[in-house]
Design a protein around this ligand. Structure first.
Ligand code: ADP
Ligand code: MG
Length: 678
């Protein structure tokens, strides 16, 4: 049988169905996966001198056994092996606990290499293992293991895989780039990472591995983008003047940022290539009206448009706003949500199918099979990260390669957006409508709760409303819910009988939640205690206070999102963080929130504090995108890879050129795997 790096790990000795399953859970399916399952750290097994090492370090000593070991039994079934090791002029006491078999390896006058934890005060070593002389590597790889598969097993499997398949490892990075950036060849890179011999080589190998994965990633993105662009989109032939008139009659003038992104979007729509654009803008920056203009352009060019939002209440809110914007233009808007009654739904679908309704707004009820458009030209998703990639794709497939616009308020730092969302063009609204007052943020300690109550009362008396948010963390859900309920009951008493308070939490059905939100919007009560389920994007202009309890338990991005729920009306809005953070980073997070209202600044700070994990981590894509590189720390390498990738992708038929062939086939394999993700 011809061997290939894509052979299943099953071919390795000792890998049966059980082990295969355990490896699969670590995303290791093939030999290639195993060979790129890199260690996350190394144990230093280089031999050290007791006078040079610090207390409690793990160290390796080499010496001569001074006398035969003594064996001490203690407690129930416990045993200790003691012996003295002569290292130069120093005599060190070595103790192994519960490894009686060690004794057979320890004889007087024998030379021994021992690895263990050093106690500097006692000049003694708690032994971990005796190193047999044939293991020559000074550094040992340590892998992320799991309960089902042990460290030693992974080490052995990697060793076997490299022995059997090492000769098949070819370079992926083109040779000219290997010399330009002084990288290692792939085989050497893989060998050095798993069987480290020298720290300099390991460093270089890591640098190589990062560059390789960034290059593959960038080639993939840019290639896909190119393919997308060359596939036929439909140029939407709207009339510039009609659009200008529409913008002129809006209830407010657009900000210059809104004008800029509108131009970018309209230009894309008018192009024969199909639009794939991400519209980013902080909460309250006014993305909806931009979406409305884009939809208006599509409709006046004879097409239909659809806008999908993550919740019913948001969809309704959008439908109402659009109806306001389109008043007197003749553009018709339909609303389709899960709760839409069958009769209404049937009638609507018929009209949509006949092209009599221009714009449909809704929730994922929109992606059902019987929703058919006559001619869908533009697809917009709001809060796009709330939808699965599949859902977005299903919506797109309701038209023929329609232009797509994804909106998000989750700010991604500029540099990162450009380099990692390479398959999408990005438009950013980096400005709030003028006259918007910045939200005043204060940080109070838990002991100052009375101040919070006093403040809320003052705002209630002015006719305003307040959110009180309490954390809800999965592992302590029951307790958190109790806290929220207790807080709600306290507040009810505190403000009765004059003002009313309600409770909203994640165990309610979405109808119950929607009902409470719309009652709140209608002013039926003044205070709303909520676990973190406050629906994104919901506009309650009359709410001026956002109180966040135990604010240090929230991430920065979440705090910023929550704060964005207020300050949507004309009155001054306030955010009160109540927290007694125990950690330095907790205090820093509070400080950042008090100091800035700028979502981009906050997300930069957030990234620096947390690393890539949370933004590109499991939450969004299922697995982290990068195995070795970190797009934040290694942004320089990522940008270099981006540049080199664009040079390659712009060569016509580059994938046929021999030095790029391996890169191309590698990336194609990756894309195939990710295809249904797209
Ligand atoms: P988001 O970007 O968070 O979705 P919205 O589109 O909901 O923001 O806009 C927030 C509020 O600001 C809405 O009430 C909207 O009507 C208003 N708005 C949007 N653009 C402007 C503008 N240029 N001037 C004044 N108000 C605006
Ligand atoms: Mg919005």
């Amino acid at each position: 049988m011809v061997q290939s790096l894509y052979d299943s790990v099953q071919v390795l000795p000792g890998v049966g169905p059980k082990r295969q399953q355990a490896l699969a859970e670590l995303d290791v399916l093939t030999i290639e996966d195993l060979l790129t399952y890199f260690p996350f750290r190394y144990e230093d097994l280089s031999i050290q001198d007791p006078s040079q090492v610090e207390d409690q370090q793990k160290v390796t000593f080499k010496g001569i056994v001074a006398a035969d070991p003594t064996i001490v039994r203690f407690g129930r079934q416990k045993v200790r092996v003691n012996f003295r090791l002569l290292i130069g002029s120093e005599s060190v006491m070595v103790t192994f606990f519960n490894q009686p078999w060690i004794k057979s390896q320890v004889q007087v006058e024998r030379e021994l290499i021992v690895y263990g934890r050093w106690d500097a005060k006692r000049r003694s070593l708690t032994g971990i293992k005796i190193i047999v002389s044939e293991s020559t590597n000074e550094y040992k790889a340590v892998y992320p293991a799991s309960k089902k598969i042990r460290q030693a097993t992974i080490q052995q499997l990697v060793k076997d895989a490299f022995k059997q398949y090492g000769s098949l490892i070819n370079d992926i990075v083109p040779s000219d780039l290997i010399s330009k950036y002084r990288l290692l060849h792939r085989k050497q890179m893989i060998e050095s990472l798993h069987f480290p011999a020298d720290p300099v080589l390991v460093k270089n190998a890591r640098r190589t591995a990062k560059f390789e994965e960034f290059l593959e990633f960038q080639i993939g993105l840019q290639w896909m983008k190119q393919r997308d662009k060359s596939s036929d989109g439909i140029p939407l032939d709207y009339d510039d003047n009609v659009i200008k008139d529409f913008i002129r009659q809006l209830p407010f003038p657009l900000t210059s940022a809104q004008l800029r992104v509108t131009k970018e979007i309209l230009r894309d729509m008018n192009n024969p290539v199909h639009m794939n654009r991400l519209l980013q803008g902080d909460v309250g920056s006014g993305k909806t009206v931009v979406a409305a203009i884009a939809m208006y352009a599509a409709v006046t060019a004879g097409k239909q448009a659809v806008l999908m939002a993550p919740t019913e209440i948001l969809a309704e809110q959008h439908a109402n706003n659009l109806a306001r914007f389109f008043k007197g233009t003749g553009v018709t808007v339909g609303l389709l949500v899960g709760g839409t009654r069958k009769k209404v739904r049937d009638a609507l679908l018929e009209k949509v199918n006949a092209g009599l309704v221009n714009i449909v707004v809704g929730t994922h009820a929109l992606i059902q099979g019987d929703v058919e458009f006559k001619d869908l030209g533009l697809v917009i998703t709001d809060e796009q990260h709330r939808f699965g990639v599949k859902q977005r794709k299903m919506l797109r497939e309701k038209g023929q390669n329609p232009d797509t616009l994804a909106m998000t308020a989750t700010p991604i730092p500029r540099t990162l957006a450009i380099t990692t969302y390479g398959e999408m063009d990005v438009s950013i609204i980096d400005q709030l409508p003028s006259g918007r007052k910045t939200i005043k943020t204060t940080w109070l300690k838990g002991g100052e709760w009375n101040k919070v109550l006093g403040f809320m009362l003052k705002e209630f008396k002015k006719g305003h409303q307040a959110f009180v948010v309490t954390p809800l963390i999965e592992e302590s859900e029951a307790m958190d819910l109790q806290n929220a309920t207790a807080l709600f009951e306290d507040l009810q008493k505190d403000f009765a009988p004059e003002f009313k308070v309600a409770l909203l939490h994640g165990r309610m059905t979405s109808e119950e939640k929607d009902q409470i939100m719309s009652d709140f919007k209608d002013g039926k009560f003044q205070g709303l205690v909520s676990t973190t389920v406050i629906e994104v994007g919901v506009d309650v202009p009359n709410a001026t206070v956002m109180v966040i309890q135990d604010a240090d338990r929230f991430g920065l991005a979440q705090l910023h999102q929550l704060r964005g729920r207020v300050g949507r009306g004309d009155a001054q809005a306030f955010c009160i963080l109540v927290a007694d953070p125990k950690s330095q980073t907790g205090r820093e997070r509070m400080q950042i929130m008090v100091e800035t209202n700028d979502g981009f600044e906050i997300s930069e700070a957030d990234l620096k504090m947390r690393g890539q994990g949370d933004i590109f981590g499991k939450q969004q894509s299922g697995t982290p995108i990068f195995k070795v590189g970190d797009p934040v720390v290694d942004i320089g390498a990522l940008q270099t890879a981006q540049l080199e990738a664009s040079k390659i992708v712009n060569i016509s038929n580059w994938q046929k050129i021999s030095k790029y062939q391996n890169l191309a086939s590698f990336v194609t394999k990756g894309l195939k795997i990710n295809q249904d993700l797209d």
